[in-house]
Design a protein around this ligand. Structure first.
Ligand SMILES: [Zn+2]
Length: 192
């Protein structure tokens, strides 16, 4: 025999539906690439990369920065065209390089790399030699530069696909303070 309260609970449960407005895969992985980029000390360009395997598992992330042991305060962040030793490009590791090296021995052949800026020619070589099969990029602002043209020549020859990221959601907001409050509230509601 069921009382009215129990009937109401069953009715309520039937009306609970799954969320349909979840974040899409591309939004998630590009969002993580951007999050990684926020770690960069580069005052001009912060680039992030996220490598995802064929099962949509995140294998690695990286961002542009000085090599390990090369102190951020001792190496140059400027772009002196006359002195390579005062030019960051001589020293900085790009996000793609760091993401590839950060994979902890995981097999990344056949994986996709999400990156906020189209890979340069040096990174294209790494991507090809690492067996990555696809690049999803956010911005191609250096498309006219020889380094990007060379990059695409190599990627095309190696049959690496590349496509521009098309956001499903316009904004991904992670308010860490509010998320904590939200999680605590939700947990309190579902605990028996
Ligand atoms: Zn690069």
């Amino acid at each position: 025999m069921t009382d009215n309260k129990e009937v109401m609970n069953i009715k309520d449960q039937k009306e609970i539906k799954k969320r349909d407005d979840v974040i899409g895969w591309d939004d998630l992985f590009m969002g993580i690439a951007f999050m990684a980029g926020t770690r960069s000390k580069d005052p001009c360009t912060q680039v992030g990369a996220c490598i995802v395997d064929q099962h949509k598992r995140i294998v690695s992330v990286g961002y542009n920065g000085m090599p390990e042991g090369c102190h951020d305060d001792k190496f140059p962040w400027g772009k002196d065209p006359n002195d390579p030793l005062k030019n960051k490009h001589t020293f900085v590791c790009h996000a793609e390089l760091n993401a590839i090296l950060n994979r902890h021995g995981a097999d990344i052949r056949g994986s996709t790399i999400f990156v906020s800026l189209f890979p340069c020619n040096q990174c294209a070589k790494l991507i090809i030699q690492s067996g990555l099969k696809e690049i999803v990029y956010y911005c191609d602002k250096h498309a006219e530069k020889p380094s990007t043209i060379a990059s695409k020549m190599m990627l095309d020859a190696a049959s690496i696909k590349y496509r521009v990221y098309v956001p499903e959601k316009k904004v991904i907001l992670v308010d860490l303070a509010k998320k904590f409050v939200s999680l605590m509230t939700t947990s309190a509601e579902i605990e028996p």
